[in-house]
Design a protein around this ligand. Structure first.
Ligand code: 8Y4
Length: 275
């Protein structure tokens, strides 16, 4: 079995593949899978260690998608990528039925922004051998950015993730399969995001490896106090993710794989010199 980013190894780059049909194109239904497959293969060629495939838009304000629709989008993409690569495939989903079907297709990881809280999700993952990423979110994507509020954001996120780790272990999911993620931008304002990033090392106390994703997110422009389109956020993204790996993050979830791989390669060569 494939070792999943062990501690002694360099951090891994997870490439983001969106499998959402272009609503402006009638051909979306047919073209979307081919475009997503091509994009996934291109990210692997650019050095991605694994891919995260998602069909539900979890951006602030996005509408929900039925499990049937999610599967219709994801299945052809998962099948073809599974045929073409042995690199791990992660699925960004919260729906147990989507998890069940795609785990049977051989995916390696479930990346759930709702941390397996949907009824039935724990049991579906427990019946597999897959890795799972438990992410923190306050509220739901439709309303999460309206009024995020915390007393102490770091300890509240830590307590939530601790409770979800316990729920997983109680449901029969091996601790060794669990990843944790503070969920940058998910029901958090700039101050919350920066507090979590600055103190990311404290989440290590939970004993699970950390996965983080800040690629192209608004917090990067806000931190610079500057107008930056999502594509213009790359320099800040590289700095933020290098900071995160310095604090112990072991997988970074990004759009711009080639740039992140270069940045991490340099960072890792310096780490190894000191080892
Ligand atoms: C531009 C492009 C601006 C994308 C914002 C975004 C995370 C995640 C997402 C994360 C984990 C996103 C599915 C939000 N973020 N999964 N998923 N961690 N584990 N927004 O931070 O990329 S989607």
């Amino acid at each position: 079995m494939l070792q999943f980013a062990p501690a002694a190894e360099r951090p891994w780059v997870m490439g983001i593949v969106n499998v959402t049909p272009d609503s402006f194109s009638d051909g979306g239904r047919y073209l979307a899978p081919a475009a997503a497959i091509d994009h996934g293969l291109a990210l692997l060629a650019a050095g991605a260690d694994l891919l995260d495939l998602g069909a539900e838009s979890t951006r602030p304000g996005a509408a929900q998608v039925s499990p049937e629709e999610e599967l219709q989008r994801l299945l052809p993409v998962v099948r073809e990528l599974r045929r073409q690569t042995s690199r791990p495939l992660s699925i960004d989903t919260s729906q147990p039925e989507v998890m069940r079907v795609l785990l049977a297709e051989g995916v390696d990881m479930i990346n759930d922004v709702r941390a397996l809280q949907q009824p039935g999700a724990l049991a579906v993952v427990a019946a597999s051998q897959a890795q799972v990423c438990l992410m923190h979110m306050q509220g739901q994507p439709q309303d999460m950015q309206q009024a995020p509020h915390y007393g102490d954001v770091v300890s509240e996120v830590q307590d939530f993730l601790d409770a979800r780790v316990r729920a997983c272990v109680d449901a029969g999911i091996d601790r060794q399969r669990l990843w944790i993620d503070p969920g940058f931008g998910f029901g958090k304002d700039l101050a919350h995001n920066l507090a979590l990033l600055a103190r990311l090392d404290t989440l290590q106390q939970l004993g699970c490896p950390l996965l983080v994703g800040m690629s192209r997110k608004r917090m990067l422009a806000q931190a610079l106090a500057a107008e930056r389109t999502p594509e213009q956020r790359l320099p800040a993204s590289l700095a933020a993710h290098l900071w995160a790996v310095e604090q112990g993050a072991r997988i970074v979830r990004v759009h711009d794989v080639a740039a992140m791989v270069d940045a991490l390669r340099l960072w890792w060569s310096l780490k190894e010199r000191r080892a």
